[in-house]
Design a protein around this ligand. Structure first.
Ligand SMILES: NC(=O)c1ccc[n+]([C@@H]2O[C@H](COP(=O)([O-])OP(=O)(O)OC[C@H]3O[C@@H](n4cnc5c(N)ncnc54)[C@H](OP(=O)(O)O)[C@@H]3O)[C@@H](O)[C@H]2O)c1
Length: 214
């Protein structure tokens, strides 16, 4: 499958490596594709670099892994028509960073990044995923308690099924949990804050959420 990724940061690169390792064709996008040259070379031709527009056009599935404050801009640069009809994986968290303060959410309670992305891409089938897991565990998560839980949310069952299969192929077999519609992002995004604050307090980033059931 062809997978387009918007985002040249740690998440975009982790997903690009992961999907390429499962023999998908991957294009990763940036405002400055030239800065991806080293990464592309490191991937031995298994990942292509391009603009946001090229990556969105390329993907049959498109993942959005941009800083949330720049996500609308990235989508506008990519061209919303290039996402039309496609499953779109939204990995973003609407984080607000202020000097001397713990990160907070910039929106929430009655809104979420997942819902905003779905509004910006009304003709796409947005699935929230990967937002509560550190990039180092996005592919083949190795933790003593087994794989963590990957909660997803979205309005389209077909898109959620396809995204679930993609996530499972990255080492999350049986660990994907569907919370419901995209508005469930309102509850998933605050979980990222728990993850970040725990990391800042303990100075360790090797933690992840797992739902235990009897
Ligand atoms: N880091 C993690 O472990 C982790 C885990 C779960 C979820 N997340 C979420 O995933 C997303 C990506 O995180 P990240 O750490 O990989 O990288 P990031 O630093 O949050 O985002 C990097 C990407 O955002 C783009 N960007 C920044 N400002 C922009 C603007 N004004 N207009 C257009 N694009 C802009 C950059 O574009 P250029 O390529 O052009 O510079 C780059 O591709 C974030 O929303 C984050 O909260 C992160």
């Amino acid at each position: 499958m062809k997978i387009g990724i918007l985002g040249s940061g740690d998440v975009g690169k982790a997903l690009a490596r992961g999907f390429a390792s499962r023999n998908h064709e991957v294009m990763i996008g940036s405002r400055e594709p030239e800065k991806l040259q080293e990464f592309v070379i490191e991937q031995n031709g298994r990942v292509r670099g391009g603009t946001f527009e090229e990556a969105a056009k390329f993907g049959e599935v498109v993942a959005i892994a941009t800083l949330f404050a720049g996500t609308k801009h990235a989508i506008d640069l990519a061209g919303p028509a290039n996402f039309a009809g496609k499953p779109v994986i939204d990995c973003t968290n609407p984080l607000k960073f202020e000097e001397g303060k713990m990160p907070e959410l910039s929106i929430g309670f009655d809104n979420s990044a997942g819902e905003e992305v779905q509004r910006w891409l009304p003709d796409s089938r947005v699935v929230k995923a990967f937002n509560i897991i550190g990039n180092q565990f996005m592919v083949d998560p190795q933790l003593p308690g087994g794989p963590p839980t990957m909660f997803i949310a979205g309005n389209d069952d077909g898109a959620k099924k396809m995204v679930t299969q993609l996530i499972e192929s990255l080492g999350w077999q049986g660990a994907v949990s569907d919370l419901g519609g995209i508005e469930e992002s309102r509850y998933l995004e605050p979980m990222c804050i728990v993850w970040v604050h725990y990391g800042m307090r303990t100075g360790s980033w090797d933690h992840a959420f797992k739902m235990l059931t009897k």
